[in-house]
Design a protein around this ligand. Structure first.
Ligand code: ADP
Ligand code: MG
Length: 267
């Protein structure tokens, strides 16, 4: 059997343990992520999506359970945690708020520079990432703060892609964008996925987007995995989804998702 790129076993995270504010954000999370996967993680606000994502690249230490990168315990040492951040790229929610360099080029270069790559390699990575995210050369020496919201978002994603992560993890990458911006960002993610084979893990609260883009869907509810599988399996649990406040995608997206998998759908 192929080793998953990432695997979580009985992952649990408790915020502020031993205080009156203690919260068990996630619990009992078993997840396997393989090369080429496209996984959507959906769930109500507060269901633990963002907490889970931050365990996938060494950012948040599990209270219990483990995360394995290529079969090795990610949290074994400071070194393995740092390495994880290069293999697993995490794009936060509203990542454009974390842009800080004077130019787009420098912002995209920040991650690869941190990896200790040569200047030539950094420049090549920056050009490649700008290509994936459709950032024209004429923007590269502008201040990121002079760009539109959608363009800033793409610069922030390019900064992660420039590290060539094997797993690209994104927390609601389309939130707050207009329909055109949403589509552009989604196409950027898809381009990276298709041409590199990198696994994508994308949090979204849109069941439509999950149906449209993902090959697998994991549903979180109150910090636990409530449902997991292909879109047709997950969406066959309509009542359970509704009970979790999620609903099923619009008919069109669902029909598309089924058709892509060779299930005949009328209309
Ligand atoms: P989601 O991304 O699905 O909205 P989160 O992972 O942000 O869910 O939150 C899961 C639970 O953990 C919620 O109850 C939330 O209030 C709590 N939580 C999230 N971040 C923190 C934090 N930094 N400190 C304390 N509690 C937190
Ligand atoms: Mg969140």
């Amino acid at each position: 059997m192929e080793t998953p790129v990432l695997k979580t076993v009985k992952l649990k995270h408790v915020y502020s343990p031993g205080t009156p504010f203690t919260t068990t954000a996630i619990e009992d999370i078993d997840l396997e992520i393989y090369r080429g996967d496209f996984i959507a993680i959906v769930g109500h606000t507060g269901s633990g999506k963002s907490t889970l994502l931050q365990h996938l690249n060494g950012l948040l230490r599990p209270t219990e359970g483990s995360v394995y990168l290529h079969g090795e315990d990610m949290y074994a040492s400071k070194k393995s945690m740092r390495q994880a951040a290069f293999h697993v790229g995490l794009v936060f929610q509203y990542p454009e708020y974390q842009l800080f360099e004077d130019t787009v080029r420098l912002d995209i270069a920040f991650g690869p520079k941190n990896m200790g790559l040569s200047d030539e390699e950094v420049a090549a990575r920056v050009a490649e990432a700008a290509g994936f995210t459709g950032i024209p050369e004429r923007y590269m020496d502008k201040s990121p703060f002079d760009l539109s919201g959608g363009q800033k978002r793409r610069v922030a994603i390019a900064g992660i892609i420039a590290m060539r992560p094997e797993v690209l993890v994104l927390d609601e990458p389309m939130a707050g964008l207009d329909p055109q911006g949403r589509q552009e960002v989604m196409e950027n993610i898809r381009a990276y996925h298709e041409s590199t084979g990198a696994a994508i893990v994308m949090v979204t609260h849109s069941m439509d987007d999950a149906a449209r883009y993902a090959k697998k869907i994991t549903v979180l509810s109150r910090g636990r995995i409530a449902l997991s599988g292909t879109p047709e399996v997950v969406f066959s649990h309509g009542e359970e989804l509704q009970a979790m406040g999620l609903g099923v995608p619009a008919a069109v997206e669902l029909a598309d998702a089924l058709r892509r998998r060779g299930v005949p759908v009328e209309g």
